[in-house]
Design a protein around this ligand. Structure first.
Ligand SMILES: [Zn+2]
Length: 373
């Protein structure tokens, strides 16, 4: 999940289904027919050959430019994959009060998502909350949404202490600040309704992101994006200084999807509800504690995300990293470690990911129930 300006690097012209299997968000193990079902194939220039022949030269140039822009800003991997964000949303929805649910659903339905934005996770058959949960990742891949890219994470350096958390939020913003800002907009009944609907979509997404442990850490490795790992049988490969699989991405998608064993988001929300229901009151205690929740995740990233790796990774110097070629080519240095993730790492990280999704869902419900009052 690119976490900075590099989210917008040229992503070449892979098809959506190829992206699903080669480093995209979620749906990674779905067969091609499902990809086609949830993501109707766009007509390519070649498909449209007949149409293009009928067009004037300026129209053709415009079409080519538009296609190029589309490729430039094609969504790439971000945050929890489709299923993770959808599960958080579905769990939260189950715990909304009836008036809150009615008000929030009406806000989403009366102010629908711009149909020009490509929806990476598809929309077919999705509950409104589940659909809303992944919009922020699609939006940030548009030119208009580019400034929102830093709102999805909080780069707390490995080795930092709790007192350093507030300073980790940079001038371009971060996930904790974004939650505060969007919550204020949602609560402001004088704000334009479309803006409040987008604020709700941001909140549903960002509370999920905040609970992904690798969204609240960096080891000068773009939150683990520059740590190539072999995941079970899949070996890492590199293209344009991006590695697949990588540590960040398996936390977003692969570990969770293996854990879900084929369940859909609604089914998995029910599973988590039953598994963690007795902890919900404790997790909501003290109200909204964004920095504490970020610190929880950071510590889990230290102890399990990096701590359970073999071989171990040392703490890197805290330097700015825009691509995996930075920090003395950290991507290549990590690749040479031949880190392999298998049964033992899955056993350590899978239950933790379950817990973080459940925490995100129940805390999101608490925030939204309060905001809807
Ligand atoms: Zn995100």
């Amino acid at each position: 999940m690119p976490r900075n300006a590099n989210a917008f690097v040229f992503k070449h012209s892979r098809t959506l289904c190829e992206k699903h299997t080669a480093g995209g968000r979620g749906c990674g193990e779905l067969p091609a027919p499902h990809c086609q079902e949830t993501l109707p194939p766009r007509k390519t220039l070649l498909d449209k050959k007949g149409d293009l022949m009928k067009r004037s030269r300026p129209a053709l140039i415009f079409q080519l430019l538009w296609t190029l822009i589309g490729l430039l800003y094609a969504p790439s991997a971000h945050a929890w994959g489709c299923k993770g964000h959808q599960t958080v949303a579905m769990l939260a929805e189950k715990h909304l009060t009836p008036p809150a649910k009615q008000m929030l659903l009406a806000l989403l339905q009366d102010n629908p998502i711009d149909t020009h934005i490509r929806r990476f996770c598809g929309t077919a058959g999705l509950d409104d909350f589940a659909d809303a949960s992944t919009w922020a990742d699609d939006f940030r891949s548009t030119p208009e949404g580019k400034p929102t890219a830093p709102w999805h994470f909080l780069d707390i350096s490995l080795g930092a202490t709790r007192s350093q958390v507030p300073a980790a939020c940079g001038p371009d913003g971060c996930v904790t600040q974004a939650i505060l800002d969007q919550l204020a907009i949602l609560k402001d009944k004088t704000a334009p309704a479309p803006k409040r609907a987008d604020a709700l979509r941001f909140l549903i997404h960002f509370v999920g992101d905040l609970h992904q442990p690798l969204h609240t850490e960096t080891n000068s490795d773009r939150g683990g994006n520059c740590v190539p790992v072999a995941y079970f049988r899949r070996k890492p490969s590199v293209k344009n200084n991006e590695y697949t699989p990588n540590l960040h991405h398996i936390w977003d998608t692969e570990i969770l999807e293996r854990q879900m064993q084929g369940a859909d988001a609604a089914e998995y929300a029910d599973t988590l509800d039953a598994k963690f229901g007795s902890s919900f009151a404790a997790w909501q205690q003290g109200g909204m504690q964004l920095e504490d929740w970020a610190w929880e995740g950071h510590q889990q990233a230290v102890s399990v995300g990096y701590g359970a790796l073999s071989p171990k990774i040392a703490i890197e110097p805290n330097v700015p990293v825009n691509t995996c070629a930075d920090n003395n080519n950290i991507g290549q240095r990590m690749l040479k470690k031949h880190i392999a993730v298998g049964v033992a790492y899955q056993a350590a990280s899978g239950p933790l990911i379950d817990m973080r999704l459940a925490q995100a869902g129940i805390r999101l419900a608490m925030i939204l129930n309060d905001a809807a009052k």
